[in-house]
Design a protein around this ligand. Sequence first.
Ligand code: FPP
Ligand code: MG
Length: 328
Amino acid sequence: MKPSPTQLAALVAPIESELEAMRATIVEQLSDGSGAVSDMTGHVARFRGKQLRGSLVLLVARALGRQNDELPAVAAVVEMIHLATLVHDDILDGAKVRRRVASVNQRWDNQVAVLLGDFLYARAFALSTQLSDRMCSSLLAETTRRLCVGEIEQSTRRYDFDQAPEKVERIAAAKTASLYAAAAELGARYPDGSEEEAQEMARFGHELGLAFQLVDDCLDLVGNEETVGKSIGTDVADGKVTLPVLTVYRKATPEVRARIRDAYTLPELEDRVTHLAAACDLQPGIDATLARAAELADSARARLSTLPESAARQALDDLCGFVLARSF
Ligand code: FPP
Ligand code: MG
């Protein structure tokens, strides 16, 4: 059975009070004297989402028995950067819905969404510079660089069916797994954790995040917009050749390949995913991509085996299952 939002809430129960502190920090950071900005930050606060990345900071710290009063603020910085990237991503994808409400570009317009994403990013970095250790700022600056490079590479490879599957996976890792890796690493490292644990948790976050993105790529093709809570079909509409599609394409006959390319490129097609699904059988690509995601989640789970048994370790283990089985 698919996990529900209630089950996700139960999963983060061990860190509920720190999560509340993280949420309060985000609200405080997003308030602004400008009525227009307050309207917009109020709107994005409505799309709070799963907060998996902030939870990861706090769960990893707890599982390693690490305590620090600044960790909820570190988690808030991670979540605010994530929020900024979503606001910008929805412009790039022309997405209309995010977390069940109108995306910022849809509710206002692209100009406003570019500026609001910048505002959120600026607030995140202002908060990180108030922390007693610079490590959070420097790690997340490097992470944002990698994430932007991933997005740029993805944009330049639109409609490219000749790219290698390994490259597509590396792009997914850069744009998504990098922030998961940073979140888990910060939980283990901030401000003075062991180097070995920090690196192992970064690997855990990387695998978890990549599994998340591969499932996301499948949901973009076969998910239900109501359940997923965001616009789907945007990858095909925007020319993004994701792993499930590339897998099918590489095994297809020349005729089917041509039909797949047509679904992406013929002008004025209304619903490109429906055309794509009519052009080929997407299921083997979905199955192979979900199998790869399961392999990554298993590998992530195995990295938890050296941690002492605790509710937080169990929650991290459950997260590995959650990213695979999620439908939202
Ligand atoms: C989701 O991809 C996209 C990301 C996780 C990263 C987006 C990052 C940027 C646009 C760079 C922005 C940079 C700054 C500094 C704000 P997706 O479209 O596959 O996922 P979705 O289905 O959730 O839209
Ligand atoms: Mg998107």
